[in-house]
Design a protein around this ligand. Structure first.
Ligand SMILES: NC(=O)c1ccc[n+]([C@@H]2O[C@H](COP(=O)([O-])OP(=O)(O)OC[C@H]3O[C@@H](n4cnc5c(N)ncnc54)[C@H](O)[C@@H]3O)[C@@H](O)[C@H]2O)c1
Length: 285
């Protein structure tokens, strides 16, 4: 099956970017969020992002308009029931995600593929709440989806080879670099290795080892990272980071994934990073 119509469920940081990438690749791209404000923010964000591309000469006005025409914000999942692929990008909470999958399973055509953009949850418990576990995949984009080319592809143990092949073809069609993860393990490859590092960086701030600015400088100057790890935490979203860590700790055990108390406290205070205007850094201006 070749994917022509895509639905993105959850239009926060990740969903809005995935929607834009799909629309830019000429796909019919439907977007749904339970929050009307999130839908408004997402469509506004995409328009601004495309406008910037036009100003920089990376896209013509006509191209921008045809991308915008590909995007359809819908008020209910039923309004997108004919899509070939639905990608879920709601909160990193297994119960919220499973609820979305049950709803998608009930409305989509039987041959449609259901995918999750989860950061770290295993695929099999997500696939298992649907009546089509053979048509379930994790398609894990990286932030921001409009820029980052990596996608991790993870199969549930029930996923068919045909579904995996369609997902691979879809990723290539939207000009990404898909990496196949061979085992359905929590955290896949990137977050399994990156999350303990980011947690250790937060511990360094907590213990006063170095300032956040110097930590970022160290990684940029020492390892050629384009963005320091503290800034990266703010861009991921500290609530999302905490959810991922807690879930990885629960599923993998050991002490590698126990969240630093500073991270838990920042989330409790509502300092969620770039998206809330304040995280380790201040984005209010
Ligand atoms: N932030 C990152 O860097 C990053 C990177 C890769 C993957 N992810 C994963 O992508 C997913 C989304 O993360 P995010 O950072 O975009 O989160 P976010 O908080 O920015 O956005 C989540 C959106 O989902 C919506 N939502 C929640 N429940 C819903 C429901 N039942 N139905 C419809 N919409 C619902 C919310 O209104 C919100 O707009 C998570 O699973 C996360 O782990 C995040």
């Amino acid at each position: 099956m070749s994917v022509k119509k895509v639905l993105v469920v959850g239009l926060g940081l990740m969903g809005r970017g995935i929607l834009q990438v799909c629309a830019q690749s000429g796909l019919e791209a439907y977007g749904y969020d339970m929050s009307e404000e999130a839908v408004r923010n997402a469509t506004g964000f995409i328009s601004k992002s495309l406008e910037k591309r036009v100003k920089k000469g990376k896209m013509t006005e006509d191209e921008k308009n045809s991308v915008l025409k590909n995007i359809k914000a819908v008020n209910s999942l039923e309004d997108a029931k004919d899509v070939d692929l639905a990608i879920e990008a709601v909160y990193e909470d297994i119960n919220v995600k499973q609820d979305v999958f049950k709803k998608l399973d009930a409305v989509l055509q039987p041959n449609a593929i259901i995918a999750s953009n989860t950061s770290a949850l295993p695929a099999t418990p997500l696939a298992s709440v649907t009546k089509r576990p053979d048509k379930f995949m994790i398609i894990h984009f990286h932030q921001p989806p409009t820029v980052m080319r990596l996608i991790e592809l993870v199969k549930a143990i029930q996923t068919s080879d045909e579904t995996a092949a369609t997902a691979m073809e879809f990723c290539k069609a939207i000009n990404k670099d898909p990496v196949q993860i061979n085992v359905d393990c929590p955290g896949f490859l990137t977050n399994r290795t990156m999350i303990p590092l980011l947690n250790e960086v937060i511990y360094c701030i907590y213990e006063g080892v170095s300032s956040k600015e110097d930590i970022d400088l160290a990684f940029k100057s020492g390892f050629n990272w384009p963005m320091g790890p503290v800034t990266l935490c703010d861009f991921i979203g500290l609530d999302t980071l905490l959810h991922i860590m807690e879930d990885l700790h629960h599923r993998r055990g050991g002490d590698k994934f126990i969240p630093c108390p500073l991270l838990s406290n920042m989330v409790a205070a509502g300092y969620l990073g770039h998206k809330s205007g304040r995280g380790f850094y201040d984005y209010s201006k």
